[in-house]
Design a protein around this ligand. Structure first.
Ligand SMILES: NC(=O)c1ccc[n+]([C@@H]2O[C@H](COP(=O)([O-])OP(=O)(O)OC[C@H]3O[C@@H](n4cnc5c(N)ncnc54)[C@H](OP(=O)(O)O)[C@@H]3O)[C@@H](O)[C@H]2O)c1
Length: 294
C-alpha cells in the first residue's frame, strides 16, 4: 500500500512515517514547503504524480489560541486546504483520511460524545476543523474523518513535554481539574490511521466520521499527576512537586476549551478492529524516550 501523507513533520504524522514500514506501507510525506495546503496546484500535482492508494491528511493549523486572532489562516489551512486535498483525491478515485478534533464539540454534554452528537465548536480552531470535515466529506465521498483529543508524543509541543519542562525547575504546578478527556498517544492514532487506510483500500466501505480515544478518561490535573510520577520513575526530576488542581477560570486562555472532551470510540474499534491501549502505556514510552534524549 502506498500512502500520501500531509503533516508528516507533526506529532501524528511523524508516527505514521515511523510505523509505516512495520505495517507494510510506503509513505510519501512532503514538507509543507513542497506541498502547502494553501496551494491547490501543489496538492493536485503531488497527488497526480503520487500513485497513492490513499491520502492521510494530518496537516493543520494547530495553534489553538493564536487562531483566535488569525481566523483567515486557520480557515485556509484547516477548512479550504482540507477541501482541496479531498477534491484532488476524489479526482484520483482514492480515499481521504482526515484528522479532526474534540474541539468541534462545546463540551456541555454530561457523557462522552458519540459520532452522531451535534457539533457546536466554541473556538476559531474548532470551527475551522468542523468546516474541514464538511468540505472533505462533500468533496470526496470516499472519506473518513477521525476525531482525536489531547495528543501527546515525543515530537513537537504537547502537554506531556510542557509538564516535563516546567517540572524540571518548579516545585508547584497548577493544573486545570474541571476539563476531562482522553489523552491520545500519537503512535496509537497513527496505527489506527494506517489500518483505516488499508481497510478502505481492501473493502471500499466504512466511510464516515469516527472518534478515536485511548482510555481511561481523566482531567488534565489527573493526567499531570501521572506524568510527574513517571518523570520521578525515570529520574527526570528528583524533587517533590505539588500538582495543585485549579478551575478553568483560574487559567484563562484566548480560545475556549470544551469542559468535556471525552470521545466515545467503540465504533472505530468495532468497524476497523482498532487497538485502543490505555494511554499510560504510551506515556511510559514517551517519558522513557525523553529521559534517554536528555
Ligand atoms: N495536538 C492535539 O492535541 C490535537 C488534538 C485533536 C486533534 N488534532 C488534530 O490532529 C492532526 C495532527 O495534529 P498534530 O498535533 O500532529 O499537529 P502538529 O504537530 O501541530 O503538526 C502540524 C503539521 O501540519 C503541517 N502544516 C501546517 N500548516 C501547513 C500548511 N499550510 N501546509 C501543509 N502542511 C502544514 C505542519 O508542517 P510544518 O512543520 O512544516 O509547519 C506539521 O507537519 C491535526 O488535524 C489536528 O487538528 C490534534
Amino acid at each position: 500500500m502506498r500512502i500520501g501523507l500531509l503533516g508528516g513533520s507533526g506529532q501524528i504524522g511523524s508516527e505514521v512515517v515511523a510505523l509505516a514500514a512495520s505495517l507494510r506501507c510506503e509513505v510519501d510525506a512532503p514538507s509543507s514547503r513542497d506541498v502547502n495546503l494553501m496551494d491547490r496546484q501543489q496538492i493536485a500535482d503531488w497527488v497526480n504524480k503520487g500513485e497513492f492508494n490513499a491520502v492521510i491528511n494530518c496537516a493543520a493549523y494547530t495553534a489553538v489560541d493564536m487562531a483566535e486572532n488569525d481566523e483567515e489562516h486557520a480557515n485556509l489551512i484547516n477548512a479550504v486546504g482540507a477541501g482541496y486535498v479531498a477534491e484532488t483525491c476524489q479526482l484520483a478515485s482514492i480515499p481521504t483520511v482526515f484528522t479532526s478534533t474534540d474541539y468541534v464539540f462545546d463540551g456541555t454534554k454530561p457523557e462522552p460524545y458519540n459520532e452522531t452528537d451535534e457539533p457546536n465548536p466554541q473556538s476559531v480552531y474548532g470551527r475551522s476543523k468542523l468546516e474541514g470535515e464538511h468540505l472533505t466529506q462533500a468533496a470526496n465521498p470516499q472519506s473518513v474523518v477521525v476525531r482525536v483529543s489531547w495528543v501527546f508524543s515525543t515530537h513537537g509541543t504537547n502537554f506531556v513535554k510542557t509538564i516535563a519542562r516546567l517540572a524540571a525547575d518548579r516545585d508547584n504546578l497548577r493544573v486545570v481539574d474541571d476539563q476531562i478527556g482522553s489523552p491520545c498517544g500519537a503512535r496509537s492514532i497513527a496505527d489506527a490511521l494506517i489500518r483505516i487506510a488499508r481497510e478502505l483500500l481492501e473493502t471500499k466501505t466504512g466511510y464516515g466520521v469516527y472518534h478515536f480515544a485511548n482510555s481511561p478518561f481523566v482531567s488534565w490535573h489527573e493526567f499531570a499527576v501521572r506524568i510527574v510520577s513517571m518523570l520521578h520513575d525515570q529520574a527526570l526530576i528528583d524533587h517533590e512537586i505539588v500538582v495543585q488542581p485549579i478551575a478553568t477560570e483560574q487559567y484563562p486562555t484566548p480560545a475556549r476549551r470544551p469542559a468535556n472532551s471525552c470521545l466515545a470510540a467503540d465504533l472505530i474499534e468495532r468497524r476497523f478492529s482498532i487497538n485502543r491501549p490505555e494511554w499510560e502505556i504510551e506515556l511510559a514510552t514517551v517519558v522513557h524516550t525523553l529521559a534517554l534524549s536528555r
